[in-house]
Design a binder for this molecule. Structure first.
Ligand code: AMP
Length: 216
């Protein structure tokens, strides 16, 4: 049983690497961003509430996000473990998670922090395309689909996320910088922070993550 969180700025490759690692460890990958985008596809009282935050790049209030996280982690099917991608985004969210785990006699094993320069982040985000059906992630430069605009995995249409447009990208990176320092310290103090450079090619980064977690 392994319990992980993936931290890092928008565009650093959290979703891609969280997905690869979860597959290789056979654990469940939960992305709060993906869960919210899924909820937003249908109209509901919750999707009305989420819309103004998610599509403009602002953080969803902690209580709403944590409720979602608590629900998915209570799922009995997580027997090999789980990996949270995109949660926590601030220290308060980390404390809410820890208190929840403590109440179940559980704890986090590692907080994986992926980092890269702002220049690399902006480049990756503006070139990112996602499948509107299955959520698969592509990059027009490093990891393009076989057929332009079409998902290799399911044939769905590739789109640019509303919050991957240039002005919103800058806002998201600056929100990340403001919230991240205390969060990083929190996991550093707990002795579970693993820092990984997310620059360079995909396989090398994936290798560094496994080395960092001593599962390579
Ligand atoms: P992501 O796909 O991780 O970039 O998340 C997309 C959007 O979902 C963010 O810009 C936020 O609006 C919202 N979101 C996802 N995770 C969180 C979180 N842990 N706390 C607050 N908002 C979140």
């Amino acid at each position: 049983m392994i319990r992980l969180v993936f931290l890092g700025p928008p565009g650093v490759g959290k979703g891609t690497h969280a997905g690869l690692l979860a597959k290789s460890l056979k654990i469940t990958h939960y992305s709060t961003g993906d869960i919210f985008r899924e909820i937003l596809k249908e109209s509901s009282p919750l999707s009305e509430k989420l819309d103004k935050y998610v599509n403009s790049g602002k953080l969803v209030p902690d209580e709403i996000v944590f409720e979602t996280v608590r629900e998915v982690l209570s799922n009995e099917e997580n027997e090999n473990g789980w990996l949270l991608d995109g949660y926590p985004r601030n220290k308060n969210q980390a404390e809410l998670l820890d208190n929840f785990l403590l109440s179940r006699d559980e704890e986090l094993d590692y907080a994986v922090y992926l980092y890269a320069s702002t220049e690399v982040l902006v480049k990756r985000l503006t070139n990112r395309r996602v499948c509107s059906d299955c959520g698969a992630i592509y990059n027009l430069v490093n990891n393009p689909p076989g057929k332009k605009g079409i998902c290799d995995k399911c044939g769905g249409i590739l789109i640019q996320r509303e919050d991957d447009k240039s002005e919103t990208i800058k806002k998201r990176i600056s929100i990340f910088e403001r919230e991240f320092e205390p969060l990083k310290e929190y996991y550093d103090d707990a002795g579970i922070l693993v820092k990984i450079s997310a620059e360079g090619d995909l396989e090398r980064i994936a290798g560094r993550i496994k080395e960092g977690l001593k599962i390579g």
